[in-house]
Design a binder for this molecule. Sequence first.
Ligand code: GLC
Ligand code: CA
Length: 557
Amino acid sequence: MKKEWWHNKVAYQIWPKSFQDSNGDGIGDIPGIISRLDDLRALGVDILWLSPVYCSPLADEGYDISDYYAVDPHFGTLEDLDRLIAEAKQRNMYLLMDLVVNHCSDEHYWFRQACADPEGPYGQFFYIEKHKPGDPMPCNWRGYFGGPVWDLLPGHEDYVYLHVFHKKQPDLNWENPQLRREVYKMINWWLDRGIAGFRIDAIINIKKVLPFRSYPADRPDGLCSVQRMLEEATGVLEFLDEMAEETFRKHDAFAIAELFDNKPEELPRFIGDKGCFSCIFDFAPEMLSKSPDGWMGAKEVTPDQWKHAVFTSQRLAKDTGFMANIIENHDEPRGVSRYIPEGERSETAKKMLGGLSFMLRGLPFLYQGQEIGMENTVFPTIDQADDCNTHGEYAAMLEAGLTPEEALAIVSRMSRDNARTPVQWTGEKNAGFTTGTPWYPINPNYRHINLEEQRQRPDSLWSFYRDLIALRRNEQWQETIVYGATEPWHEDESRLMAYYRRGPHTLLVLGNWQQEPREVQLPSVPQSILLSNLPDTQLEGASLHLRGYEFLILTLN
Ligand code: GLC
Ligand code: CA
């Protein structure tokens, strides 16, 4: 595996609407991000991914783009964005934009033109089919946000169009070379502007099984998950190789994909020396709670499942390339709420979870608020939910016979809104996020969970993440931490997660994922403790007494 400029970096996702408001309208914006760059620099992160800030009706919070070449006025202007790119560069930081090209907004010029003339050239930019009123739809796929993927083409009774996400997100037809050329032109336009690359949205969906056909229904609604179709789809890599060749490779850009449902044996074609992307996220732990029944069937994830999932991914990628290691993002509930049981969610436990994820081989990728341990929020009623997916899942649960209380309890646990509450900067009014009314209620726990308090405290979670990042940068350890092999240790021991990182040095990373202490016999007498989440570790020779949720990085040579 060739070494790349981004391998030793630490990445951080910004979800702009909730990051920092600068003008009191209650919505986070680009000038707000610029005002926080020094805070991010102090933490030590250097690759920044911005969730979409393009013009958008915000039906899916910016993932429905109506103009790829312009910034939505909610977030600022193109000049603001240019300034962000420049200010980031000055601080040796790299900016990634979000690339959302499986679909656009139904308010995009292309789709409007397609509605005006479905048989014209822009009709070919989408999947539009003739349809007689009363006839079945072209196929029975269920979209990601629930319901059928087909809707009547606005203004027409005899055409339908495909959308695998929200109905305001019509799918783009990648089979059309003209569409692909438009996409590559847009990508290059942004790369020429000075961004370092892209995070690539929902990309596996660009290849459909054609002609459209139905699959056996997997729920009483008579529909079948669109993922069933993806199992059969072949040929996505041809599109992706072409895109890489026409865009990313020419710019030595960093491209990280949101990739689900890919075939493991194809990994070397996705990442590594011959990959069409630089990197993909490791979603194995998030996938553990997925169920064919949606959130209704979402399972709790145990520490052992998390560990095995992560180790499986580490084995899979080891000779090929890097995956990005996360505990959460804007599509998931907060990692600390999900993976640490209620009542045990101390800062110590949060450090352990963060440390275990961060020290894996790959690219550590933090999500805004993770560095201060932000938690799931509260949902007094379903009206509080903003996210379209949450409303879709809620409706499905009611339809399946759950009571509103039961459905709301599941929403509270699973909703994407949990990760989308404004960042808690201070303990003051509105957590320092805005001087106006925040677009979404601040998590009430901001008075004790906020950056200002944690910056001052050497044993805070924020300080711990800063130390982890500094360790990755430390010349003595960098080679081992960035490139060393991951080798699980005592993998079958329940609620212990431990692994070596073997490079020029040998490190042993340990986390006692429970409140009860445990005794551990180390393979040799450690030379030193590089980092820990509790003071006064009890180490005698090779005997180690691990307290509840204790986390350690030991050097063995
Ligand atoms: C990705 C995004 C998610 C969005 C979806 C449709 O999964 O991360 O937020 O809803 O794609 O664009
Ligand atoms: Ca604003």
